[in-house]
Write a protein that binds this ligand. Structure first.
Ligand SMILES: C[S@@+](CC[C@H](N)C(=O)[O-])C[C@H]1O[C@@H](n2cnc3c(N)ncnc32)[C@H](O)[C@@H]1O
Length: 277
């Protein structure tokens, strides 16, 4: 029997469960999307009602795996190479020179938190290569993390469609990507080797505790999906992950105003930098 529309009560039960698991909230038009995607999932695993699905997510022995599957289809994985380049400019003009000077070291850990299919951390690796950082003795570890397992699988494959290159110059595209027989663009193996990818839920304290001594965190275009409580929890955990003098870079349309006072705000011409002082 086909499932009927989700009731308000069912929506509340399921959306609260998702919220407490990973901070995602669904309001306005996203509520319709939530309904549609959960319905598709419930039909796929052949359960007969949303209530039954809720019980499954709460109590079944496979609940952890199922919630990961559900979150996977609820996340928005939109990303592209060279997105919001002002932040990369600041990284090279200000942050990396400062780290070298203050720490007297060329060893740097960069974390791309919520990296989706990998365009953000790979953009960093391409830029580091273009600017000869690897040749000049810098030891730069880049880790990309995300809650979407399918996005992480795509990131590891590193094959992209044309849409991922809307901000990439033809020179860079030709230099680092090779067209595959199915019309995708495969990233150069040398760049792939500069980035590692791991599963991480930003709202999971014990997973967040694994990340320490990070010099720079990019967490862009994900906090917009969280309410203020979830945002606060995430960025305060980032604070513990950063080294002293470490930087947090969030999306250009995002701000931590009224979210936390932990960071020192370093305004620059185009972006807001948040610094652990
Ligand atoms: C719109 S993409 C942003 C990708 C990239 N940072 C950028 O700016 O292009 C948002 C990503 O956040 C991830 N995400 C959402 N909630 C998350 C959570 N609780 N923990 C980790 N990642 C999460 C989604 O899976 C998605 O890949």
């Amino acid at each position: 029997m086909a499932l009927t529309q989700m009731t308000e009560e069912e929506f509340k039960l399921l959306s609260d469960l998702i919220y407490s698991y990973c901070g995602l909230t669904f309001t306005g038009s996203q509520k319709i999307l939530f309904n549609k995607r959960v319905k598709t999932r419930v039909e796929k695993i052949r359960l007969s009602s949303f209530k039954e699905y809720y019980q499954f997510l709460k109590f079944d022995i496979k609940k952890e795996q199922e919630i990961k599957e559900l979150v996977d289809i609820l996340t928005v994985n939109e990303t592209f190479f060279f997105r919001e380049t002002a932040q990369f400019d600041i990284l090279f003009d200000q942050i990396l020179p400062e780290i070298e000077q203050v720490n007297k070291s060329k060893t740097v850990k960069i974390w791309s938190a919520a990296c989706s299919t990998g365009a953000e951390p790979y953009t960093l690796a391409i830029l580091l290569n273009e600017k000869n950082y690897y040749k000049n003795g810098w030891n730069i570890e880049i880790v990309g993390t995300d809650i979407s397992m399918s996005a992480l699988d795509e990131a590891k494959k590193a094959q992209y469609s044309e849409a991922a290159f809307r901000s990439t110059t033809p020179d860079i595209k030709n230099k680092y990507f090779t067209k595959t027989s199915d019309g995708l663009f495969q990233l150069d193996a040398g760049i792939i080797s500069k980035v590692s990818f791991k599963y991480l839920n930003l709202l999971n304290d014990s997973q967040m505790k694994m990340y320490r001594n990070i010099n720079i965190i990019f967490c862009r275009n994900v906090l917009i999906y969280f309410d203020n409580d979830a945002k606060q929890k995430v960025v305060e955990n980032f604070y513990s992950s950063l080294t002293n003098n470490g930087y947090l870079l969030i999306g250009q349309s995002e701000s931590l105003f009224k979210i936390t006072k932990l960071y020192k705000l370093v305004p620059t011409a185009k972006v807001l930098l948040y610094k652990k002082d």
